[in-house]
Unconditional design. Structure first.
Length: 375
C-alpha cells in the first residue's frame, strides 16, 4: 500500500505541474513576441518609391509606379515582376497603398488621385494575372474586411475623415457601393487595421477639428461597425470610438500574429514633435484599452516599444507584419531599404499546449498501469 500511495502522489503532482505549463504556455509565448523582436538582415524593395504589403503565404508584394512585383518565395528577398496594372492613372510620386487580400488572390491599390490629384480610384486586381477593375472611391489607406469588402479611410481636406466599406463586387465601378461605417474623424484620414476578432482600428492622421489628437487610435467592436455596414447609422469616431493609444500619426496600422499593434508615421507639428521611430504596442495593453481602460501610456516601455532602425533624423516609417515568418518590416519614407525585426526564436513553446495535454494523459495512463501491476 505504501508503494501505491507514494506513486499516486507523484502522479498527481506531475499532472498538476504539466497542467500549469499548459495554462501558462500560450500566454508566455504571446508575451515573448512583443519583447523578443530583434534586428535581422534587411532587404531592398524594387525602388525607393515602391510600396509593399505581405500576403498570407508570407511573400512580400510591392508596387513601383504601376508595376507589381512579388517575392519569388517567402523570405527569398528576390522580387519577380508580375506586370503592369491596366489603365493605371498613378501620379509620378506613387500610389497611396497596396493591400493583399486574405486569400492572397487579389490586391487592392489606391491610385492617390491620379496625375490630376482629383481622380481618386481604388483598383482591385487578381494575382498574378493583374486583371481587374478601377472603382471610383476616395481613399488614403485601406484594409481588407474579407475577400470581397475593403475598408477604406478617406476624407476631403478640411472635412472630417471617414471609413467606408467598398464592395469590390459592385457592378458599376463608376458608382460602386461604398457605405460609410465610421464618420466624424476630427482630422485627416489615418491608418486602419483589424484585430483577430474583427474589431476595427483607425486613427486621426492629422488633427483639425478634434477633439482627438494627431495619431490617436480608436477602436470599434465588430458587432457595431458591421451593423453600420449592413445599413445602420455610421459610428462617430470622436464619441463612439474606444481610445487605444496616441502615437505618431497612426498611419499605417497593423497587427502581428500575437495581437501586438504596430504604429507608423510621424507628427512633426506636435508639441513636442513625435517621430523618428515606429511603435509596437503590447497585445495585453491593447486589450485593456479595448475593454475601456483608456489610452495606453506611450511613454511606458513595458507596454510600448519604440524602434528606430534608421540612424538618420526625421524618419517616418511605414510598417507591416509578416505573420508567416514572424517578422516586422519597417521602411523609411523615400527609401528602398526594408528593416527587418524577427521574433522567430521566441515563437512556440518547446511542447505546445496539445502536446502537454497528451503528456499529462499518458502520465495518468502509465500510472494506472503501474499501480495495477504492483497491486
Amino acid at each position: 500500500m505504501t508503494t501505491i500511495r507514494r506513486f499516486s502522489w507523484l502522479r498527481s503532482s506531475s499532472f498538476l505541474f504539466l497542467l500549469s505549463l499548459l495554462l501558462l504556455s500560450s500566454r508566455d509565448a504571446r508575451a515573448d513576441v512583443f519583447s523578443s523582436y530583434q534586428p535581422a538582415p534587411s532587404f531592398s524593395l524594387p525602388s525607393a518609391s515602391a510600396l509593399f504589403d505581405v500576403g498570407s503565404d508570407g511573400r512580400v508584394v510591392s508596387l513601383d509606379g504601376a508595376t507589381v512585383y512579388r517575392e519569388s518565395a517567402p523570405g527569398s528577398r528576390a522580387f519577380t515582376m508580375l506586370g503592369t496594372l491596366p489603365a493605371g492613372d498613378i501620379p509620378s510620386f506613387g500610389a497611396a497603398f497596396i493591400r493583399v487580400s486574405p486569400s492572397g488572390s487579389q490586391i487592392a491599390v489606391g491610385n492617390n488621385g491620379g496625375a490630376s490629384f482629383a481622380n481618386f480610384q481604388v483598383g482591385v486586381f487578381s494575382l498574378p494575372a493583374l486583371t481587374g477593375t478601377w472603382f471610383n472611391a476616395g481613399h488614403f489607406d485601406a484594409a481588407w474586411i474579407d475577400n470581397r469588402f475593403l475598408a477604406v479611410t478617406a476624407g476631403a481636406f478640411g472635412s472630417p475623415g471617414v471609413v467606408t466599406a467598398l464592395d469590390t463586387a459592385s457592378p458599376n465601378p463608376a458608382s460602386p457601393s461604398n457605405v460609410t461605417v465610421i464618420a466624424n474623424v476630427g482630422g485627416a484620414s489615418g491608418g486602419i487595421a483589424f484585430d483577430a476578432a474583427g474589431n476595427l482600428y483607425t486613427a486621426n492622421g492629422f488633427q483639425e477639428s478634434g477633439p482627438s489628437q494627431t495619431g490617436e487610435v480608436h477602436a470599434f467592436k465588430k458587432a457595431a461597425w458591421t451593423a453600420a455596414q449592413a445599413g445602420g447609422t455610421a459610428l462617430n469616431f470622436e464619441t463612439q470610438g474606444i481610445p487605444i493609444v496616441d502615437l505618431l500619426s497612426g498611419s499605417p496600422l497593423a497587427f502581428d500574429l500575437a495581437g501586438d499593434l504596430l504604429v507608423g508615421g510621424g507628427n512633426s507639428f506636435g508639441s513636442p514633435p513625435d517621430g523618428n521611430y515606429f511603435a509596437i504596442v503590447d497585445a495585453p495593453a491593447v486589450q485593456t484599452a479595448l475593454a475601456g481602460g483608456g489610452l495606453v501610456n506611450g511613454a511606458d516601455s513595458s507596454k510600448v516599444r519604440k524602434l528606430d532602425p534608421d540612424s538618420g533624423a526625421g524618419s517616418f516609417y511605414s510598417v507591416a507584419a509578416n505573420a508567416t515568418r514572424r517578422e516586422i518590416y519597417a521602411v523609411n519614407v523615400g527609401s528602398a531599404t526594408v528593416f527587418v525585426y524577427s521574433a522567430a526564436a521566441a515563437a512556440v513553446p518547446a511542447v505546445p499546449p496539445l502536446g502537454l495535454l497528451a503528456c499529462a494523459s499518458l502520465l495518468l495512463l502509465a500510472g494506472r498501469r503501474r499501480v495495477r501491476a504492483r497491486a
